[in-house]
Design a protein around this ligand. Structure first.
Ligand code: NAP
Length: 267
C-alpha cells in the first residue's frame, strides 16, 4: 500500500482549487483521491488544472467522493456558504478537513472542533496559508503590546465575497490577545459618511479595500507619540499559499481536534 496522503479537493475548478490540484499532482508525498466541483463537468482533474491527464475525473457528487475515494484529507477552497456543510460531511466520513475557505464563525469552529474530537480525527481551518501573512500577524501582535493604537487595512480583488478578510479577522484576534483593552479615537467622533471609520473590532478599526487588479495585501498601522510603525504583507499569486497547504495536509494527520489558524504550525 502507498504511504502517500490521499487528498480530496473540493472547489477543484476554482482559482485556489486548481492550484491545490497542481500541488497534489506534482508532489511525491501526495496523491489525488478525488476532485469535486459542482459545475466543471466530467473533465480530467489534471486537464482542469492545466496539466496532463491524471486519470481522476472531476465529480459533482461530494458525498460519493467522501464515501468511495478512500481519501485521508479534504482540502476545501469554496465559499463560506458551502464550506461548513462540506467540513461536517468530511468529518462524518472520517476524512480530515484542511479548510482554506474564509468566513467561518467562532461558533461554527467550536462545533467543528467537537465533531473532530468525537470522530478522533484532526482538522485545520486556516484563513491564510501564507507564511509571510502569518509572520505579519505574529509581529503585529507583538507590536500591539507597545503600540496599542492601531488600524488594520486589507486589500483584495473586487469580487471577494466576505469583508473583512479572514486574514484580517485572524490578525485582529491575535492582536487583541496581546493588546491592553482600549477604545481608540475621540469618543465624540461622528461619521459624516456611514462606514468611513471602517469596521469596529475590540476598540480598533478594520478597513477593507476592494479593487480590481489587487490580489491580497494587509497592513497594520500603529501610532504612538511622535512615531508610527507599519507592518505590511503582499501576496502576488496563489502558488504562494501551497507550501502552507502541504504542511497543513501533513500536520492534520498527526493530531485530534480542529485547529484554527496556520500560525500554530509556525514557531
Ligand atoms: P473561486 O475561484 O471563486 O472558487 C470557488 C470554488 O468554489 C469554485 O470552484 C466554485 O464552483 C465553488 N463553489 C462556489 N459555491 C459553491 C457551493 N455552494 N457549493 C460547492 N462549491 C461551490 O474562489 P477562490 O479564489 O478559489 O477562493 C475560494 C475561497 O478560498 C474563498 O473563501 C477565499 O477567501 C479563500 N482563500 C483562502 C486562502 C487561504 O490562504 N486560506 C487564500 C486564497 C483564498 P462554481 O464555479 O460552480 O461556482
Amino acid at each position: 500500500m502507498s504511504d502517500k496522503i490521499r487528498v480530496i479537493v473540493s472547489g477543484a475548478g476554482g482559482r485556489m482549487g486548481k492550484e491545490v490540484i497542481k500541488l497534489v499532482l506534482q508532489d511525491d508525498e501526495l496523491e489525488l483521491a478525488a476532485a469535486v466541483d459542482r459545475s466543471a463537468g466530467s473533465i480530467d482533474a489534471g486537464r482542469l488544472a492545466g496539466l496532463e491527464e491524471c486519470g481522476v475525473n472531476v465529480t459533482s457528487d461530494f458525498e460519493a467522493a467522501l464515501a468511495h475515494s478512500n481519501g485521508d484529507v479534504l482540502v476545501d477552497f469554496t465559499t463560506p456558504q458551502s464550506a461548513f456543510a462540506n467540513t461536517t460531511l468530511a468529518i462524518k466520513y472520517g476524512v480530515r478537513p484542511v479548510i482554506g475557505t474564509t468566513g467561518f464563525t467562532p461558533e461554527q469552529i467550536k462545533e467543528l472542533d467537537k465533531q473532530c474530537q468525537d470522530q478522533g480525527i484532526g482538522g485545520l481551518i486556516a484563513p491564510n496559508f501564507s507564511i509571510g501573512a502569518i509572520l505579519l500577524m505574529k509581529f503585529a501582535a507583538q507590536a500591539a503590546k507597545y503600540f496599542p493604537h492601531l488600524e488594520i487595512i486589507e486589500y483584495h480583488g473586487d469580487q471577494k465575497l466576505d469583508a473583512p478578510s479572514g486574514t484580517a479577522i485572524k490578525t485582529a484576534e491575535m492582536i487583541s490577545e496581546a493588546r491592553e483593552e482600549l477604545r481608540q479615537g475621540n469618543p465624540q467622533e461622528e461619521e459624516i459618511i456611514e462606514g468611513s471609520r471602517g469596521g469596529y473590532y475590540n476598540g480598533f478599526r478594520i478597513h477593507s479595500v476592494r479593487l480590481p487588479g489587487v490580489f491580497a495585501q494587509e497592513e497594520v498601522v500603529f501610532g504612538g507619540f511622535g512615531q508610527s510603525l507599519k507592518i505590511r504583507h503582499d501576496s502576488y499569486e496563489r502558488a504562494g499559499y501551497m507550501p502552507g497547504v502541504k504542511l497543513g495536509i501533513q500536520k492534520v494527520m498527526e493530531y485530534t481536534g480542529m485547529i484554527y489558524g496556520f500560525e500554530h504550525f509556525i514557531e
